[in-house]
Design a protein around this ligand. Structure first.
Ligand code: PBG
Length: 327
């Protein structure tokens, strides 16, 4: 055969295949979500998320140690408070569960980069992401409590805040409060395009944050929409977001690609609880190879344009990257 181009030539051995890889990743891009639960001496498994645990603030450093060892140096904290009320007031308590956790982590591991999720749904007794007015979430009233919460996280020592509530104007509101209080160098990673997704199911079990009535479609995005993601990202850029995020990841690779192409900010993708649970379950059932599916799906998110990957597989992926299975 007289073939000039033989693409297979570049696939002939592992050494060459690694040399010509188009997508390069590093453990520095990984963020590990962690659940903090109020109380003492708690390390309890999360039934819906096999291999994930809830920690009380006094024990969270065990897990941070394991992360550091695995090469994961960035965490995203979620809090599960003892008390919930209509306005989620434990979210901004200076001795709240996240605030205690931040202090514990920073005292033991100052080099660990601590990001906090800012949202009301784990703190409200109705499970919605803000302050209710009737059965709807009141956008502008919610901005105030989100800003207070973000500020209290930063005052406790958080390095970055990540609002996930999907209220309009929350990046601007948080930016203003942080700046007024002398925290103008603390970045905001905005959950810019967060879809109303069934893939959050296991998380809501883990965090006890399922809405008591209705759903989140009045504030999270409709999965049918693509242009709306660009609009949300553009607004977040205008409001002063430092990092944009698309969430979930796997079913929204097209959105990650478009947003990554359209904006100059670093792009994060959150591979959510349902994605993790599916990979685990299929592996456990003997249907797929869990390790390889984990690597391949993470890779797809990076290939789509994500610079940062938030994932429950962070430690395992860091190891895979070190081995070069994902490199
Ligand atoms: C809080 C929040 C959620 C997730 C991240 N932040 C839940 C939700 O919106 O219902 C989901 C994360 C996951 O599924 O892993 N609003």
């Amino acid at each position: 055969m007289d073939l000039v181009m033989r693409p297979r030539r570049l696939r002939t051995c592992d050494s060459l295949r690694r040399m010509v890889r188009e997508t390069r990743v590093s453990p520095d891009s990984l963020v590990y979500p962690l659940f903090l639960v109020e109380g003492q001496n708690i390390r309890e498994p999360i039934p819906s998320l096999e291999g994930q645990w809830r920690y009380s603030p006094d024990r969270v450093c065990e897990e941070i140690g394991a992360c550091m060892e695995a090469g994961v140096r960035r965490v995203l904290l979620f809090g599960i408070p003892a008390q919930k009320d209509a306005c989620g007031s434990s979210a901004w308590a200076s001795d709240g569960v996240v605030q205690q956790g931040i202090r514990a982590i920073k005292a033991a591991y100052p080099e660990c980069y601590v990001i906090t999720d800012v949202c009301m749904c784990e703190y409200t007794d109705h499970g919605h992401c803000g302050i209710l007015c009737g059965h709807a979430v009141d956008n502008d009233k919610t901005l105030e409590v989100l800003a207070k919460t973000a500020l209290s996280h930063v005052q406790a020592g958080a390095d970055m805040v990540a609002p996930s509530d999907m209220m309009d104007g929350r990046v601007a509101a948080i930016r203003a409060v942080l700046d007024e209080n002398g925290f103008e160098t603390v970045p905001i990673m905005s959950y810019s395009a967060k879809y109303a997704s069934a893939f959050y199911g296991p998380f809501r079990d883990a965090a006890g944050s399922a809405p008591a009535f209705g759903d989140r479609r009045g504030y999270q995005m409709d999965p049918h929409n693509r242009k709306e993601a660009l609009k949300e990202c553009a607004l977040d850029v205008q409001e002063g977001a430092d990092i944009l995020m698309v969430k979930p990841a796997l079913s929204y690779l097209d959105i990650i690609r478009e947003c990554a192409d359209a904006f100059d900010l670093p792009m994060a993708a959150y591979s959510v609880s349902g994605e993790y649970a599916m990979i685990k379950a299929a592996g456990k059932a003997g249907l797929t190879d869990e390790y390889r599916v984990m690597c391949e799906s993470a890779l797809s998110v990076y290939r789509a344009g994500a610079d940062i990957l938030i994932t429950y597989f962070a430690k395992e992926l860091a190891q895979a990257m070190k081995k070069g299975d994902l490199g």
